[in-house]
Design a protein around this ligand. Structure first.
Ligand SMILES: Cc1cc2nc3c(=O)[nH]c(=O)nc-3n(C[C@H](O)[C@H](O)[C@H](O)COP(=O)(O)OP(=O)(O)OC[C@H]3O[C@@H](n4cnc5c(N)ncnc54)[C@H](O)[C@@H]3O)c2cc1C
Ligand code: SF4
Ligand code: SF4
Ligand code: SF4
Length: 393
């Protein structure tokens, strides 16, 4: 029997770690040796039993059928403080609060010592670590095994992740028990942890202990020291790394052929930003797209919707503004060049060298940003001004 390393090409591996969690001899290790710093498995052949378990669980080798949404909503928490600390409307945190209040456990993504990874949370205070999107592939480590153990112990268990992580968990468990709630996020792509570290290096040489990616609806890359002092603050148009994330040029290679982009969903509930929302709810601090995809999702939503603001909406309204509901991100023309520089010289140099016209615009914005009067002058210039605010298509 073969192993995943013989059957899954590195550029198609989602780095979900289902294979690692499933291996009876723990002989699979994830290392950041894939394209553009992505994590890929390597097998210690001496300890491998050739049992084929890793092949059975791998989402790159098997397709889930998914579900089309039963209903769609725009929603946001009514708790202003909670909304401020969340990325969209805070509905992920509201669902998590319900689970903790019911005595359950929540798995989601946190930043620990600048590493983005999934953690297990059992208290309301602990949920603060999960709040806010981290626009980086979140490392799973042994979370799937922990989920399995919690489920076996009868705990109500919520797993929140991007669709390839939800799919990895489903593959690993092989069947979804009643006490597991799955929430998947709309996801247009995720850069590797290694690339993220390259992006931080381009902003500061100082030690930062935490990072924020959004301020309400605004994408902004900010780094803080342990005592909370802000070391850098770069709106996405002036940040090499965050600009690459928002414009989809620095994702891991698997994201450009992601089979989870589309209206079929893999969580009981799907959450995202409701870009293009035209309803009556307050959207100043962000608003969630919510789709309820299963009967279990409907009963979770029936509870959560009692204490949040929400409005029924349609999928058709969201689709034109959110490409992850239709197709994966387009692979940029210069992506091969990004990969090439990355392999030779690392993430920071690839971020600067792969897309020269973007780099020039970002650099220029960084310079004029320092001089507000110059910025307001150049951005008002006919033709050129607009180009300096927006990248050409
Ligand atoms: C990599 C990535 C790409 C995304 N792309 C899109 C997109 O194209 N369109 C769109 O509408 N929405 C996208 N989102 C989702 C959006 O940013 C919000 O996460 C979502 O709307 C939930 O917001 P909230 O206010 O309810 O969550 P909050 O209350 O802020 O809680 C955030 C939740 O997200 C989870 N989370 C945070 N970072 C990660 C991560 N790196 N991996 C897995 N789970 C994570 C946390 O566990 C937490 O449960 C993306 C999110 C990520 C992480
Ligand atoms: S074949 Fe079995 S023992 Fe070998 S790597 Fe895969 S799961 Fe582990
Ligand atoms: S199980 Fe996940 S990490 Fe392992 S090879 Fe498949 S996609 Fe990659
Ligand atoms: S775009 Fe697809 S492959 Fe990439 S992180 Fe999102 S769900 Fe995973």
């Amino acid at each position: 029997m073969k192993t995943v390393t013989e059957c899954v090409r590195p550029e198609l591996c989602y780095s979900c770690t289902a294979c690692v969690n499933s291996c009876p001899t723990n002989c699979i290790e994830m290392t950041p040796t894939g394209p553009v710093g992505s994590l890929i498995p390597s097998v210690d052949a001496g300890r491998c039993l050739r049992c084929g378990r890793c092949l059975q669980v791998c989402p790159a080798l098997h397709d889930l059928s998914g579900n089309e949404p039963i209903s769609v909503y725009a929603a946001g928490s009514t708790n202003e403080q909670l909304r401020n600390h969340s990325s969209s409307g805070g509905i992920a945190t509201e669902i998590a609060r319900n689970v903790i209040n019911a005595g359950g456990v929540v798995y989601g993504s946190a930043i620990v010592n600048l590493e983005v990874k999934h953690i297990r949370v059992t208290s309301l205070q602990g949920l603060a670590k999960l709040q806010g999107s981290k626009y980086v592939h979140s490392r799973i480590y042994d979370s799937y095994r922990q989920v399995r153990d919690d489920l076996a112990g009868g705990m109500l268990t919520l797993f929140i992740g991007v669709p390839c992580q939800v799919s990895g968990l489903v593959g690993y468990l092989s069947k979804i028990p009643e006490n597991l709630i799955l929430v998947d996020l709309l996801c247009h792509g995720a850069p590797s942890q290694d690339c993220f570290e390259g992006g931080i290096k381009l902003e500061t040489a100082e030690d930062v202990s935490s990072i924020a990616f959004r301020e309400g609806n605004r994408y902004c890359f900010r780094g803080f020291t342990t005592d909370g002092a802000c070391v850098f603050e770069m709106p996405y148009r002036a940040s090499y790394w965050l600009n690459g994330f928002v414009e989809g040029s620095i994702f891991r290679e698997c994201c450009y052929s992601c089979k989870y982009a589309g209206i079929r969903r893999y969580g009981d509930i799907t959450l995202g930003d409701f870009w293009g929302y035209k309803g009556a709810l307050n959207v100043d601090d962000g608003i969630n797209f919510v789709s309820v995809n299963t009967e279990k999702g409907a009963s979770v939503w029936a509870e959560v919707s009692k204490c949040v603001s929400w409005e029924p909406r349609t999928l058709d309204e969201a689709v034109p503004y959110n490409h992850s509901l239709t197709a994966p991100a387009s692979r940029p023309e210069n992506y091969e060049r990004f990969k090439h520089i990355y392999a030779k010289s690392g993430g920071a140099k690839a971020l600067l060298g792969a897309y020269p016209s973007k780099t020039v615009f970002v650099l220029f914005r960084r310079l004029v940003r320092k001089h507000r009067s110059l910025y307001s002058f150049v951005t008002k210039l006919p033709l050129l001004g607009k180009r300096l605010m927006e990248y050409p298509e």
